[in-house]
Design a protein around this ligand. Sequence first.
Ligand code: TRP
Ligand code: SF4
Length: 403
Amino acid sequence: MNAVSAQHARVLSGMRPTGRLHLGHYHGVLKNWVELQHEYQCYFFVADWHALTTHYDNPVDIPQHVWDMVIDWLAAGVNPGEATLFVQSKVPEHAELHLLLSMITPLGWLERVPSYKDQQEKLKEKDLATYGFLGYPLLQAADILIYRAGMVPVGEDQVAHVELTREVARRFNHIYGREPDFEEKAVEAMKKMGKKAAKVYANYRKAYQEQGDEEALAAARALLDAQQNIGISDRDRLFGYLEGGGKVILPEPHPLLTKASKMPGLDGQKMSKSYNNTIPLNANAEDVEKALRTMPTDTNRVRRTDPGDPDRCPVWQFHEVYSDASVKKWVQEGCRSAGIGCIECKGPVIDAVLAELAPIQARAREYEAQPDLVKNIINEGCEKARDAARETMDEVRHAMHLA
Ligand code: TRP
Ligand code: SF4
């Protein structure tokens, strides 16, 4: 696939291997992946090298975390028949692209990424003044660009990394996409489309370049996508020629901002392992019930007869996620009038969480019982990812006069 048409079709995202996932991951990330997989060519990978940038001193748990996380992805409904699941370190081409991109990346760009200083501050006990840690966002750029992904679903904290990726891609295309005879080659390529299509293309190009007509740009791209007679290289040239510059070898990706998860933790803060307030996807029914039954409520509601205020209660946030309008009304009225007790109020939430977890856990059990199947899924995903990565690297090497 050529650079730009691949871009329109592909979604890529990665997660550091943290081990078992919880409901926060499910509502914040995995449900979104499951939807995207029906619409796009999705590549989802375990960022195990990224884990090493901060956990280089204690890598022993990483393999187990990788495994557990993949099981949880599958359990959540990520479908290996639709999406490609793989492990970063099994596709060493990421490292090659990282190296090559490092040649053109100004140090200042990396030092300016907000997470660089933030994380060093936050993880004071670790020595993160390493080369690998500074290069973290550039490795992420390589992860994305090697698949020529158009969309990268990420949370707010990762948007700066996608921005850096765009800048690096632009610089790469600017330096290496500029063939000395680019203009002539582009004109030659145009001719190969045939007279009629070439003329339409030229008009769209003019409309875009002279009037900034975005619709013309989109139409021209669609026209190129539909051409049967031109090869990948010519097509990339013509994509580049549209916008004026050179060949588009590494298209710029767009962040697909996943809405902050509404999933609260058991204490009302964001659900996160470091706050110790999670419901793991593999929690058994008894533990789920206990965790919800003992979770705090409106602290002003000391006795059953005290009226409460759902706005001051983390249980209400669970109702916001799980309950329909009539249950919510029952909570609002019952709480404020002391008509219902807190245990009663938690009932529908407990039922809803258990109902949500049941199919997830059933799938997890199925996959856990078939480790060879899971290994095959990962191996096949890695192979498929490598094929796509190799295609990009052939062009990257060629552009950098390495092959
Ligand atoms: N940095 C991401 C995180 O900490 C993980 C990641 C690595 C990633 N490479 C990526 C996410 C590429 C999206 C695309 O969550
Ligand atoms: Fe919270 Fe429900 Fe108790 Fe009100 S009744 S304080 S919303 S748990």
